[in-house]
Design a protein around this ligand. Structure first.
Ligand SMILES: O=C(O)c1ccccc1NCC(=O)[C@H](O)[C@H](O)COP(=O)(O)O
Length: 216
C-alpha cells in the first residue's frame, strides 16, 4: 500500500487571502516571485508580510530569476525559513552561494537531457520541471511529460500548465515528489481563486488515492 503523498506548491501569491486559501486547502509550500518583470512580483516588504502568515510546516518558496546576491540576502532575511527557487540562468555556483536549500527550475524545451542537467546540480533539493516559455515561467503551458526519463537522481517537482483538470493525469503519469501550479489556479495573473486552489489540492489527493488503490 503506497503511503506517498504528493506535495503541493501554489506559486505566485501576492495577497493575504490567497496565502490563507492555499494553507486552508492543504498546500505544503507557497511561492513568492521576486522577479520584477513578473505580474506576480512581490516586494521584500510584501514577502515578509505574506510569509509571516504561514503556519508551521507550510514552506515559503522565494523565486528568483538571475537575481543579485543582495536581493537574495534581503529575501532570506524577510523569510528565514524559505526554500529558494532559481528560475533563470543560474549555474551551480550561483545556486549554492546563499548556502540554503534550493530548487533548480528546468525549462523543458524539446531535447533537454534532464539526467545531464541534474548531474550539474547535485546539491539541489529538487528539480522543478517547467515548460519552456518566453519570460522564464508562469506561462500556463504544459510540456511533454514523456520527456522525463526514469532515474532522475533528485526529487522532481512537476510544473507547467497544471490545473485541477489535468493534475491527476500528471501525478499518475509522472509520479512526482511534488506538483507546482500558478496560472491554473488564478482568476487573473497574481490573483488566485480559492475554489480552484481547493479543487487542485483535492485532485492531487484523488491521484494519490488512485495510485494507492492500484497497489493493493
Ligand atoms: O510565476 C511567474 O510569474 C514567474 C515569472 C518568472 C519566472 C518564474 C515564474 N514562475 C515560476 C513558477 O514556479 C510557476 O509556478 C511555474 O512557472 C508554473 O507556472 P504555471 O504554468 O502558470 O502553473
Amino acid at each position: 500500500m503506497s503511503s506517498h503523498r504528493t506535495r503541493i506548491k501554489i506559486c505566485g501569491l501576492t495577497r493575504e487571502e490567497d496565502v490563507d486559501a492555499a494553507v486552508a486547502a492543504g498546500a505544503d509550500a507557497v511561492g513568492f516571485v521576486l522577479y520584477e518583470r513578473s505580474p506576480r512580483h512581490v516586494s521584500i516588504a510584501r514577502l515578509a508580510a505574506l510569509a509571516k502568515r504561514l503556519p508551521p510546516f507550510v514552506t515559503p518558496v522565494c523565486l528568483f530569476v538571475n537575481a543579485s546576491p543582495d536581493l537574495i540576502d534581503e529575501a532570506v532575511a524577510a523569510a528565514p525559513n524559505a526554500l529558494l527557487q532559481f528560475h533563470g540562468d543560474e549555474g551551480r555556483e550561483q545556486c549554492e552561494q546563499p548556502g540554503r536549500p534550493y530548487l533548480r527550475a528546468v525549462r523543458m524545451a524539446p531535447g533537454v537531457d534532464l539526467l545531464d542537467f541534474a548531474s550539474g546540480f547535485p546539491s539541489a533539493a529538487g528539480l522543478l520541471l517547467d515548460a519552456f516559455v518566453e519570460g522564464y515561467g508562469g506561462g500556463g503551458k504544459v510540456f511533454d511529460w514523456s520527456q522525463i526519463p526514469s532515474g532522475v537522481p533528485l526529487p522532481v517537482v512537476l510544473s507547467g500548465g497544471l490545473n485541477p483538470a489535468n493534475v491527476i493525469d500528471g501525478v499518475m503519469h509522472v509520479r512526482p515528489w511534488a506538483v507546482d501550479v500558478s496560472s491554473g489556479v488564478e482568476q487573473a495573473k497574481g490573483i488566485k481563486d480559492a475554489v480552484l486552489i481547493r479543487r487542485f489540492c483535492e485532485a492531487v489527493r484523488e491521484a494519490d488515492a488512485r495510485i494507492a488503490n492500484a497497489m493493493t
